[in-house]
Each structure stands twice: as structure tokens, then as C-alpha cells.
Design a binder for this molecule. Structure first.
Ligand code: ADP
Ligand code: MG
Length: 149
């Protein structure tokens, strides 16, 4: 998928947020500034999270949001390895029934569940991004099929 502007990425996020169900897991891959957090803001809006709740998880590892369903927004940028991730309680939250969005999922081998939707963001121009989505597992395939324009 192509997003020719930040607004387009936001709109893709809003639509994804409207489709998420408890237990869904979305991994976001891409360099700093690729637009991972930007997409998550759209997802939060689409999941009816109040604007005031949404931040970039800079200091904490996981932010819980309460929208139409519980949403957890995590950023693994500063996590060294799987042991450190265990210590943050990440895996307890992941299993607690909300939908989960994880930036930098590729930084920690073992952080990804067996079934999830992986979205890779790549800049193609200053204001344009390519979003590549890959589904692992039946539920993620259904989610992706519903999300695709
Ligand atoms: P990340 O979380 O991947 O580090 P951010 O979402 O925090 O990245 O920042 C992305 C930056 O890129 C923002 O400043 C945003 O305005 C800018 N940007 C430019 N074009 C786009 C686009 N098409 N989609 C998303 N963000 C974009
Ligand atoms: Mg970010």
C-alpha cells in the first residue's frame, strides 16, 4: 500500500483501528521516522481511544489505551533482549485480551507471537511511505483482507 502523505497513513491507521479485535497483534517494522507511531495514532483513533491518551511510548515500554477495546502500544527500541522484555511484563499484557501494536518488533527475537500482522513502513519520498503488510495465521489474514483498500 502507498501512503502519499502523513494524512493517508493516518487514514489507513483509522481503518485498521476500526477492524481490530481483542487478541489481535500488529508488529510495526521500520526505521526511525518511518511513520510507525503516526500509524498507531490513526489506529487509536479508529479504535475510539480518547486523543489525550495517545503518546509515543518513549519512556515506558508499553502504554495501555482504553478505546472500543483495550489497546496496548509498545515500543521495543530500547529493549536489549528477550529477558529484559520479560521483566517489563510485556508478555503478560500481550496475553491479557486486548489488541497489541508493537513498534520495532524486529529488535527482539522472540517478541513476535506465532500469528500476527506485520506491517513494514519504508520512506519512498519525504512525505510518502510504502506500507507492506504480511499476515501470519488465519485471523491476521482475515484482518489484512478486510483492511486492504
Ligand atoms: P516512527 O515511530 O516510525 O519512528 P513517527 O511516526 O514518530 O516515526 O514519525 C514519522 C514522521 O514522518 C512524522 O514526522 C510524520 O509527519 C512524517 N511523515 C511524512 N510523511 C509521512 C507518511 N506518508 N506517513 C507517515 N509519516 C510521515
Ligand atoms: Mg515511534
Amino acid at each position: 500500500m502507498q501512503a502519499a502523505s502523513p494524512e493517508e497513513t493516518h487514514r489507513l491507521g483509522v481503518r485498521l483501528g476500526g477492524l481490530l479485535q481483542p487478541g489481535d497483534f500488529v508488529g510495526l517494522i521500520g526505521d526511525l521516522g518511518a511513520g510507525k507511531t503516526h500509524l498507531v495514532r490513526g489506529v487509536a483513533e479508529g479504535a475510539q481511544v480518547p486523543h489525550s491518551e495517545v503518546a509515543s511510548p518513549t519512556f515506558a515500554i508499553v502504554y495501555p489505551y482504553s478505546g472500543r477495546i483495550p489497546l496496548y502500544h509498545a515500543d521495543l527500541y530500547r529493549i536489549a533482549d528477550e529477558d529484559e522484555l520479560y521483566a517489563t511484563g510485556f508478555f503478560d499484557l500481550v496475553g491479557s485480551g486486548g489488541a497489541v501494536l508493537v513498534e520495532w518488533l524486529d529488535r527482539v527475537p522472540g517478541a513476535a507471537p506465532r500469528e500476527y500482522l506485520r506491517i513494514t513502513l519504508r520512506p519512498t519520498a519525504e512525505d510518502a511511505r510504502e506500507l507492506q503488510a504480511e499476515a501470519f495465521g488465519a485471523r491476521s489474514e482475515a484482518l489484512l483482507a478486510a483492511w486492504l483498500p
